[in-house]
Ligand binder design. Structure first.
Ligand code: 6PG
Length: 241
């Protein structure tokens, strides 16, 4: 489902309401809410909104468990760290207990960090399938999402839940949830705004399936819901909105 808004200023509150609704439902159904955070620049404002009085009061934050869709292979205190961005915008203002935050440990070797994170996921879900309540995703101008970049081997991963991948384009390793892992989620929500995303949105939604060129096409939750929270600028090249 594509939800189109004039701009980020009305898109973000709507997505924050969606997060609140999913949190309440998950906590009601199974006592806790597993939320996968997206990295990049677009979600920072959403995280900052969620800690404002209006939203802060609506969620039992002690029952929320935070995961990451991907991480840049930089130290946790590095300005490019997705963890650091979320820590400043969300974790610190909410004063969460450390057990609620599942960080990708970039102090380990890339493969070891991916393996370690997969163990964390299996540990959190124990005997149940790894099925996040809500996965938040961004979208790159090149139609990548999480760290599922065009023309990379991880796009064809069928078994692992988490993989390390060297991305030539950004000259660094990334640790990322795989598409099979994301597609096990109960809900997936893309957060996409700005004209620079319009070309990618057109290809993803209106071109034939070509996951190597447009990796975001891989995101098809099996038995879960898929939502696109987008603004007018990002949908300007869609022929049928
Ligand atoms: C990352 C992200 C990545 C991001 C897109 C969009 O670590 O960079 O997880 O997938 O969502 O690159 O980034 P922007 O929101 O900055 O445009």
């Amino acid at each position: 489902m594509i939800h189109v808004f004039d701009g980020a200023d009305d898109l973000l509150p709507a997505l924050a309401d969606f997060v609140v609704a999913q949190a309440k439902e998950a906590i009601y159904l199974h006592g806790r809410f597993s939320l996968v955070l997206s990295g990049g620049s677009s979600p920072k404002k959403l995280y900052e909104l969620l800690v404002t009085d209006k939203y802060r009061k609506q969620i039992e934050w002690s029952r929320v468990f935070f995961f990451f869709g991907d991480e840049r292979y930089v130290p946790a205190d590095h300005p490019d760290s997705n963890y650091l961005m979320a820590k400043k915008a969300l974790f610190d203002p909410l004063d969460l207990s450390p057990g609620q935050i599942f960080r990708m440990k970039t102090e380990l070797e890339p493969a070891a960090a991916a393996e370690d994170y997969e163990k964390d996921l299996l540990g959190y879900f124990s005997d149940k399938p790894v099925r996040f309540d809500l996965v938040l995703l961004g979208l790159g101008d090149d139609a990548h999402t999480a760290s599922l970049f065009p023309h990379t081997a991880v796009l064809h991963e069928k078994e692992s839940l988490v993989k390390e991948i060297y991305i030539d384009k950004v000259k660094m390793f990334r640790i990322t949830l795989t598409a099979p892992c994301i597609n096990q989620a109960a809900n997936v929500a893309f957060l996409v705004y700005g004209a620079s995303k319009a070309e990618a949105m057109h290809h993803i939604h209106e071109d034939a399936q070509n996951i190597v060129e447009y990796p975001a096409q891989l995101i098809r939750p099996q038995g879960g819901s898929l939502h696109w929270f987008v603004d007018q600028a990002a949908t300007q090249k869609l022929t049928n909105k």
